[in-house]
Design a binder for this molecule. Structure first.
Ligand code: NAD
Length: 258
């Protein structure tokens, strides 16, 4: 079988948190195009339902839209139950939901700091743990967590201490789980995007004014698009990446190279 055939995901089931828009939606689209059933998990259930219906119509795979807050154990348990009821297995899980707050460290309140850590790090822990419990029973599965180039560098000029700390945590969480599950068929990797044009960047009142400055700093002279993360997502979800675990994939147009 050729590599493109081996990269197909027919018959598999994948969930994507934060899948209603942006990077999560681009990943969900690619995963469905590759043949996997898709569960779109988001706090924004209306957008999730719309995305699921569109993907099902366009690709013919089975879809599910689930309202869940990744910081809630109860919601995450309900999410797993709904996916198992409809599809009976989970082959790949993208723990992608995240937020960003751009507040100077000396002004950030404890509640603000905790909110970012809760969604970006604890949420990734809860959803990847829940996926792993199913996958360990199956003896097979692939978990992909969304980190960021902000796990590797401190982006300037925006102040993002909580975001940077949360994303660095995602990488170590990923590597720790990869080691724990390595001999039991469950792989865990992370993707660290650079600046990508989504709501989080293009429509943020604090980040949007910085885009020209970022583009001037960027070796490629521009931000990336969510679609430019699709190929790595399909690769990591499927069996052709069987030797790949505990890795972080920096997709940043060389932004972190200097
Ligand atoms: P986005 O704001 O466009 O989309 C995030 C999605 O997550 C939204 O649909 C939102 O409703 C959902 N969400 C937020 N909180 C949630 C929660 N508690 N539970 C469930 N769903 C929740 O953002 P994006 O740019 O697509 O970012 C996706 C991921 O990529 C995030 O983890 C982000 O930190 C990371 N990232 C983004 C960039 C970038 O430049 N856009 C760069 C590096 C990493």
């Amino acid at each position: 079988m050729g590599i493109l055939e081996r990269m197909r995901l027919d018959g598999k089931t994948t969930f994507i948190t934060g899948g209603a828009r942006g990077i999560g939606l681009a990943i969900a689209t690619a995963i469905a195009e590759a043949g996997s059933n898709v569960a779109i998990v988001d706090v924004d259930i209306e957008e999730a339902k719309k995305a699921a219906a569109e993907l099902e119509a366009a690709t013919g795979v089975g879809t599910l839209a689930i309202k869940a807050d990744v910081t809630s154990q109860e919601d995450v348990d309900r999410m797993i139950e709904a996916i198992m009821d409809k599809f009976g297995r989970i082959d790949a899980a993208f723990c992608n939901a995240g937020i960003c707050m751009n507040i100077p460290a000396e002004e950030m309140t404890l509640d603000q700091f905790r909110k970012v850590i809760d969604i970006n790090l604890t949420g990734v822990f809860l959803t990847s743990q829940a996926a792993a419990k199913v996958m360990l029973k199956q003896g097979r599965g692939s978990i992909i967590n969304t980190a960021s180039m902000s796990a590797h560098i401190v982006n300037v000029p925006q102040p993002q201490c909580s975001y940077n700390a949360s994303k660095a945590g995602v990488i170590q969480l990923t590597k720790s789980m990869a080691i724990e599950f390595a001999k039991r068929g469950v792989r865990v990797n992370s993707i660290s995007p650079g600046y990508i044009g989504t709501e989080l960047t293009l429509n943020s009142p604090t980040l949007q004014p910085l885009i020209e400055q970022w583009n001037a700093m960027a070796p490629l002279g521009r931000m990336g698009t969510p679609e430019e993360l699709q190929a790595i997502a399909v690769y990591l979800a499927g069996d052709s990446s069987d030797f790949t675990t505990g890795s972080d994939f920096v997709i940043d147009g060389a932004f972190t190279c200097f």
